[in-house]
Design a protein around this ligand. Structure first.
Ligand SMILES: CSC[C@@H](O)[C@@H](O)C(=O)COP(=O)(O)O
Length: 382
């Protein structure tokens, strides 16, 4: 059971979270996840011993967040390879489990490509499976390194945009910390670095309806690190801006199109509009693996639509079938239809800057994005 009162005093680091790992028990290899649907009540592991189990875990958000989905996709293909299964089919199944986060398909295809190359060079499938696992591990490590670099660039950007502040009051949405990454996350990694350096005055955490990634997960991570933070309902953000309590908005991304449009958790776009109106910087932090130059603009991004029960019931299980029966307490009359997109799209003109592991682009332009991606050491997958 996670102890909600056990906040870590500043200066003392909590133990790193084991969010996703490869395991090789006697029964065969498995991808072991920290089940995010059970946080913060329980720190429970979920063992995925085959690709369908991992696909289910992805759909129900036991594992989630763009960079971690990429890592999960990579290990999923390595799992298929280790089991002697069709890796291309596995990559396809994994890549389609959730449509918006580009990293998922990237991770799966990248490992599948390495496996195919290994077989093509004459390795037997067992040896090629070892190559596939090594590639998944490399992807995992690259993401951890990218996280550290984004944190540094992000902190420098805050200092530049908000000079002379006694400490930053940052508003974030959804969950972007260690729970979504091989490292300390994307936007949350910047917040954490500010906290460690004594420059975080306040973290405002949007609860993030309907699945409460802010309330359940970001509050859990902020609490572990002893941050000064408060939770707010998503629709309280406007009054917080009006009161002058927000110095910057800082979020992650699930896909960034070639024109700089940003897909992120639904509720990000209204924050960008509020930020523009109140002259507050709106910052997006994402690795270059989240930039998708093949998606020309925001209108081409496929936005995942999720079950109505996630809206019509409280504490509904993520991914419960539409039409009731999500396992939660109904808050709407039976049969109520719901509009439940998982993400929304923020156009580049509302984004002050995008922070990647290769540097910062501001103003956000397609040219700047392409340059950063070209500089990136990330493997290009066609
Ligand atoms: C680095 S995390 C960026 C995004 O993946 C995050 O903000 C987000 O929207 C996650 O959505 P989720 O539906 O919980 O997977």
């Amino acid at each position: 059971m996670a102890d909600q009162d056990a906040q870590t005093p500043v200066g003392i680091e909590p133990p790193a979270l084991s969010v996703l790992r490869w395991d090789e028990p006697p029964g065969g290899p498995a991808v072991v996840l920290l089940d995010q649907t059970r946080l913060p009540a329980e720190e429970a592991e979920l063992v995925c011993a085959d690709v369908p189990a991992l696909v289910r875990a992805i759909r129900m958000l036991a594992v989630r967040g763009a960079p971690l989905l990429g890592i999960a996709g990579g290990y999923g293909v390595a799992l298929a390879a280790a089991r002697g299964e069709d890796v291309d089919q596995a990559a396809e199944l994994l890549g389609q489990a959730r449509p918006t986060a580009v990293n998922l398909g990237y991770g799966a295809r990248r490992v599948a490509r390495e496996y195919r190359a290994a077989v093509g060079s004459g390795l037997v499938p067992e040896a090629a499976a070892v190559v596939a696992l090594a590639e998944a591990r490399a992807l995992h490590q690259e993401d951890a390194a990218a996280s550290g670099r984004m944190a540094q660039y992000g902190l420098e950007l805050l200092a530049e945009l908000l000079p002379g502040r006694g400490g930053y009051r940052l508003l974030t949405h959804c969950n972007t910390g260690a729970l979504v990454s091989g490292g300390e996350g994307t936007a949350f990694a910047v917040v954490l670095r500010a906290h460690r350096g004594g420059s975080l005055r306040q973290l405002w955490v949007d609860e993030t309806r309907p699945l409460l990634q802010g309330a359940r997960l970001t509050a859990y991570e902020a609490g572990r690190h002893g941050m000064p933070f408060s939770l707010l309902t998503d629709n309280a953000a406007g009054s917080l801006f009006a009161a002058g309590e927000v110095d910057a908005v800082i979020i992650g991304a699930d896909r960034i199109a070639a024109d700089g449009s940003v897909a992120n958790k639904v509720g990000s776009y209204p924050l960008a509009v509020l930020a523009k109106y109140h002259h507050v910087p709106f910052l997006v932090v994402a690795p270059t693996t989240t930039v998708d130059l093949e998606t020309v603009d925001g209108t081409s991004i496929v936005v995942e639509q999720r079950s109505a029960t996630e809206v019509t019931e409280f504490t509904s299980q993520p991914g419960a079938p539409a039409g009731g029966g999500g396992g939660g307490r109904a808050v709407a009359p039976p049969g109520t239809q719901a509009y439940n997109p998982a993400f929304d799209i923020t156009p580049s003109e509302l984004v002050t800057a995008i922070v990647t592991e290769e540097g910062v682009i501001s103003p956000v332009t397609g040219v700047g994005l392409a340059e950063l991606c070209a500089r990136s050491s990330q493997v290009t997958i066609s």
